[in-house]
Design a protein around this ligand. Sequence first.
Ligand code: ZN
Length: 310
Amino acid sequence: MNYIGIDVGGSHVSSGLVDGHSIVAKTHMQVSDNSSLGALLPELEDTVRALLKGAANQNCHGVILSFCGIVDGLAGRIVETNGRYHDAPEIDFPEWARSRFGLPLRIENDARAALLGEHVAGAAQDFDDVVMVVLGTGVGGAAMIDGKLLCGKHSQAGCLLGHFGSAVPGRLCSCGNLGCIEAEASTAVLDSVSREHPNYSASSLRNLQRLTFKDLFSQADAGDSCARDIRERCIQVWAAATVSWIHAYDPELVVFGGGVMSAADAILPIIQSYVERHAWTPWGKVVVRKAALGNDASLFAGPALLAHAQ
Ligand SMILES: [Zn+2]
């Protein structure tokens, strides 16, 4: 089947024409002002029309849209945008796609769509009980049980993995909770976490602006003790969190995606070992694995999302 996939993130919109397990054509739009999604729709419409020309001789099944916020997939609406794209909950995306392109549209949270994509064409193809974690600026995720996405009454089930408590007393999180995983060990808080370290003033991290995990890991590898402490602490937070996610959702596989996975070889063996020592899974071992599809994972969610589209 072929379809149009759109992924709306906080600072980008990626769109692609997908045919089976391959992306035939793809565009990437940087978003400098993410206050309004409605303002981006005319450009997005042009992009989709251009992609559809590539599908001219084929039957396009529809459009899927993944979004970086809480999404009610059944209702086809964005529920909560976490401070970005303030007008998004007012936009009727299925009607937009129907009126502009004559196509059905399905919408889903981006981490849930990434999990569906990994299930269809990536690291989770052989599993039906999966937790997916996305270590990006924040910590996102989704859970699948018996091949079905966990959604819940308010569309929040399984996608607040980064907001499990991990420290008491803990740092204040953007969600309002204290000590969330995202508030203790995510790119978004690396600057403030490093500044609070007792050796920060003597650390090479002091010379870096908007610290990333790539910077942190390279400074740790170079021997900086402050960077090493923070790296170890973050991996321990993620490892302990993985056990909590396993206890909550009973998966056989935990897939880690996001930019931090460029250092997967330094992270995942520690998490796998921690899980084997501390997760209560008398039935066997949970597999911990890196995502296979990178930033494109959500674009591969079409077969699952459009299966019942008309
Ligand atoms: Zn939180």
